[in-house]
Design a protein around this ligand. Structure first.
Ligand SMILES: [Cu+2]
Length: 385
């Protein structure tokens, strides 16, 4: 199936009633038209009712007469890619409906922030499962997550510049998902395409630059997929190792939640659009490192790989009572600035922050945009003698 040419104007198109009706007509979606006939946009109804307005699940995208992708039920392929992710598709699901029971039995656990060690070999085979899963983001808050491998964030990937990453995504969820590695340079129409339920996509890439890179599901609407938990980090080491340090990965994200049902809160797409989150978290759990600090020894170098995965917020990263002797804005060891109090990691970005922990004490690390720090983007670095 050939891909339609990408038009820049697509990024700015609105899904108004007329365009929706045009598309619905082309799709032959009787239910959607019936909904519109009652004077209500099906997509709005869906958002409020928490249901997808049209066909979802194992389906494929095609192009309708307006140039938009559309869903073809039962088709074997779904080439939706990140090219469509800026658009709000009325036929794409915007509700995380949990296919699980209540929150009972969902255990809260601290997400280990330590950078996992490099594994031997220059070819890294990585296989993720996209699936829905309840995730306890606090001891008293469980959400209906859309996940990679059942947790939020997904597994931390650690490779070296020039390694070959052989990646496979298998979709065991109920709606299409995909994988977009920011560390890759690859045609997103094929590599980052959406995978229908029960199917897989495989591709390989060689990270060209070292650094802290985001990965995420890129299926439309990408806001919903990232906002429901489908993100993580791939850390790419430079050919020559950076100075020895205690290394930690901090991935900041926001949560936008509906009221819980059976103890599980589904994500709210309208709230995601409002960009006013209920929680902001490092590594998926608000304030988890305030409750259980990150510990280092006096005199150790500390390296934070800080990512702001959004879906919308950036992270003004700061450590109270400390200064960063080095911040790598881009590929290390180049692109370093020194003597930094705070630096902002943009949504969709990652940077490397280093400090020398030569003063013992308890040092809060925060998003210094305090509306977000107060909502959970805060932790403690404990420097012990
Ligand atoms: Cu997804």
């Amino acid at each position: 199936m050939s891909q339609p040419p990408f038009r820049l104007s697509q990024l700015f198109e609105r899904t108004d009633r007329r365009s929706f009706l045009t598309r619905a007509s082309a799709m032959g979606v009787g239910a959607a038209l019936a909904a519109c006939g009652r004077g209500e946009r099906a997509e709005e109804r869906a958002e409020h009712a928490g249901t997808a307005p049209a066909t979802t699940g194992a389906s494929a995208a095609a192009q309708d007469t307006t140039g938009h992708h559309r869903v073809v039920p039962g088709s074997p392929q779904n080439p939706d890619s990140k090219l469509d992710t800026a658009l709000h598709h009325p036929h794409h699901p915007t509700s995380a409906t949990p296919s699980v029971g209540g929150a009972a039995g969902v255990a809260y656990h601290r997400f280990d922030p330590a950078l996992p060690p490099l594994t031997p070999g220059r070819t890294k085979q990585i296989h993720f499962i996209a699936r829905e899963a309840p995730v306890a983001i606090r001891p008293d808050v469980t959400i209906a997550g859309w996940t990679f491998d059942g947790d939020i964030p997904g597994p931390i990937v650690h490779v070296r510049q020039g390694d070959t990453v052989e990646f496979t995504l298998t979709n065991q969820g109920t709606v299409p998902h995909s994988m977009d590695f920011h560390a890759a340079q690859i045609d997103p129409r094929t590599a980052f395409k959406s995978v229908p339920t029960g199917q897989s996509v495989s591709y390989r890439f060689k990270p060209r630059y070292p650094g802290a890179f985001m990965y995420h599901c890129g299926t439309a609407p990408v806001l919903m997929h990232i906002g429901s938990g489908m993100f993580g980090a791939i850390i790419v080491d430079p050919p020559s190792p950076l100075p020895p340090a205690k290394e930690f990965v901090l991935i900041q994200n926001e949560y936008y939640l509906n009221a819980p049902v059976n103890g599980i809160a589904a994500s709210s797409y309208p709230k995601m659009l409002s960009t006013l989150p209920d929680y902001v978290a490092f590594n998926g759990r608000p304030s988890q490192y305030q409750d259980a600090p990150i510990r280092v020894k006096r005199g150790e170098r500390v390296r934070f790989y800080v990512l702001a995965v959004g879906p919308t917020a950036s992270c003004s990263f700061h450590v109270v009572g400390e200064q960063f002797d080095t911040v790598y804005l881009g590929a290390p060891p180049a692109n370093a600035i020194h003597g930094v109090q705070t630096f902002q990691v943009p949504a969709g970005g990652g940077m490397i922050f280093e400090l020398l922990a030569d003063v013992p004490g308890e040092f809060p690390f925060v998003n210094h945009a305090f509306g977000h720090g107060q909502k959970g983007a805060i932790g403690v670095l404990l420097v012990e003698e």
